[in-house]
Write a protein that binds this ligand. Structure first.
Ligand code: GAF
Length: 364
């Protein structure tokens, strides 16, 4: 009996938010946590039986027909059903069987638990179907199609590409126009990357993400092209104040992302942190996707001595990424949760992270 195991990590975006669907730049790392999928093929089955451990959601089972279409399956299992649908749509002969899913990516924390599930599922299903050496971009596109067209979340390619292309101690400068991925060794000396989970959940499937995307399209239409093709200060010519702010975020964020990548490559931790904090201000004031809890976490991290901090991911909750000296990281870990809780927000968790490996699959 064919049996495969696939792993795909979550991601932390260091900078470059809401730029992916604007043909811009992002600088993510693969998280050192991920989702493992074990798939045992049953050639006679017409369905995929998917069982999750309680770390994915409440432990549950979902039965997905191999000829599934959008709308048939909802909840977490829709991410797997969407992968079945996307591969079959490309003519892949997806086999039935039993899939077991386990994950240590926190759900709703803005760390791409959904992309980790999709990417692991895509790789496992493709290998079970007998495809060998599927290239990472093809796999990322299948996972992305599952999320956009089956689950119904109109996201960009950031999360799937981060999960597929990630590498240990490496950040990925992604150009979403050419889809070129430039690996950058993370050189931050003894500084630490901290992920602070606000424990206020976020979701891509909500309308606010789509609203931001629509505003960017409207701003691009006013400027007569993609936000990638216009001058850095073209936002000044937009009359509508809301669209002007949205465009200013995207245009300045692309610049900051490139600056941040250079700072990372040359080991300039202060410049790296400064760009992160400026990105947060732009997301708070211009793109308006942060929350009071997230803003409070960023402010406390910086006042505890972090070189910089910002919300990571789609927004409206989720996590903060900070870069800090070991001493400032200690102060943040010990002091910040109490301060945030005392201010009336959920108690956040603080964890040091490193860039981890990208997705893989193996036959067993
Ligand atoms: C979410 C989306 F899935 C990504 O495509 C990206 O747009 C991100 O929000 C914001 O940068 O993670």
């Amino acid at each position: 009996m064919t049996s495969v195991r696939a792993y795909a990590p979550g991601r932390v975006n260091l900078i470059g938010e809401h730029t992916d669907y604007n043909d811009g730049f992002s600088l993510p790392i693969a998280l050192d946590r991920g989702t493992v999928v074990d798939l045992e093929v049953d050639e006679t089955a017409t369905h995929l039986r998917v069982e999750t451990a309680s770390d994915v959601d409440s432990a549950s089972t979902s039965v997905i027909a191999l000829d599934t279409s959008p709308g048939d399956v909802t909840g977490w299992a829709a991410y797997v059903a969407g992968c079945v649908w996307a591969l079959r749509g490309d003519g892949v002969d997806v086999p039935g069987g039993r899939m077991r899913v386990g994950s240590d990516v926190p759900l709703g924390a803005g760390l791409s638990s959904s992309a980790a599930l999709e990417c692991a599922a895509v790789l496992a299903i493709a290998a079970a179907a007998g495809l060998r050496d599927v290239d990472r971009m093809t796999a990322a596109r299948w996972a992305h199609r599952a999320e956009n067209h089956y689950v119904g979340a109109a996201t960009g390619l950031l999360d799937q590409m981060s999960s597929m292309f990630g590498a240990p101690d490496t950040a990925l400068l992604i150009d979403f126009r050419s889809l070129e991925v430039s690996p950058i060794a993370i050189d931050i000396g003894d500084a630490v990357l901290l992920v602070i989970d606000s424990r206020t959940p976020h979701s891509h499937a909500t309308g606010a993400y789509g609203d931001r995307r629509a505003s960017c399209e409207a701003a691009a239409a006013v400027l007569g092209g993609s936000l990638r093709d216009v001058d850095d200060d073209a936002w000044r010519t937009i009359d509508d104040p809301l669209l002007r702010r949205r465009a200013r975020h995207v245009l300045t964020e692309n610049r900051r992302t490139l600056d941040c990548a250079s700072a990372l490559a040359t080991g300039d931790v202060r410049a790296f942190g400064a760009a992160m904090s400026a990105s947060h201000a732009s997301m708070r004031d211009d793109f308006e996707i942060t929350t009071p809890a997230i803003d409070a976490i960023v402010a406390h991290a910086v006042s505890s001595g972090a070189h910089g901090a910002r919300m990571t991911g789609g927004g409206f909750g989720g996590s903060v990424i900070a870069v800090a000296s070991p001493e400032a990281a200690d102060r943040t870990e010990t002091g910040l949760p109490d301060l945030i809780e005392e201010a009336g927000h959920p108690r956040p968790t603080v964890r040091a992270v490193r860039a981890g490996a990208g997705a893989w699959v193996t036959r067993r």
